[in-house]
Design a binder for this molecule. Sequence first.
Ligand code: AKG
Ligand code: FE2
Length: 220
Amino acid sequence: MDVEDKAAAESGETVVVALPIAGLRGTLGEAGVRLVAMLCWRVLCAVRRDFGETRPLYLAGAMLTRTQPPGDSTPKPDAYSYGVAHVDRANMSSYDYSAVLYLNTQGRGFAGGDFVFVDEHEDEVVEPRAGRCVLFTSGFEHLHRVAKVTRGSRFVLASWYTLNPSAGELLRPAEYAIGDHVAPPPSAEDEAALRARLDTLVAQAGGTLQDLEALVSGHG
Ligand SMILES: O=C(O)CCC(=O)C(=O)O
Ligand SMILES: [Fe+2]
């Protein structure tokens, strides 16, 4: 199991890192794994649709992150800062597509924290909004960074997809899909258990995750 807690001195703290996705089990339980897998499945479908990608795609990683203002969390030695412009494929060569799904909204749960595509001439800024999902190819064409969070907690589900079957895991829609309604969503007990765990995580950070419920029920 590869669940780690990480902290970033500059732009914030990463609360959960899951790679593979089953690594979430220790923190969020079975319901958490299913919920994140479902969300990733919906993101994967969006990647296929938006990029016209017809080849099989595998989930290469997923991270549930909480970013807080500098100083609100204790930096750790393995800190990683999203404030620094980076290329996802430089971190992991197998990444083909990147996705950033926002779980709360700028101006409500937090201030600052813009997502910025860094460009020689003019940066492109995306304002985080619950349910908004930024999809981009993972190479050097998409240098990006996260602006400093100045208040509150910013919650994100980041995920990465690969065309290389040995570098990712197959999401099984029969178990996880909700977008295509291949299978029913998780039981009410599963979802209730997950919400309780997420609420605990989020309450510690002073936010709420109501918007995640809407996402999970397919109305996001
Ligand atoms: O949180 C974000 O908006 C982006 C995070 C990111 O760039 C990453 O996880 O590689
Ligand atoms: Fe990134």
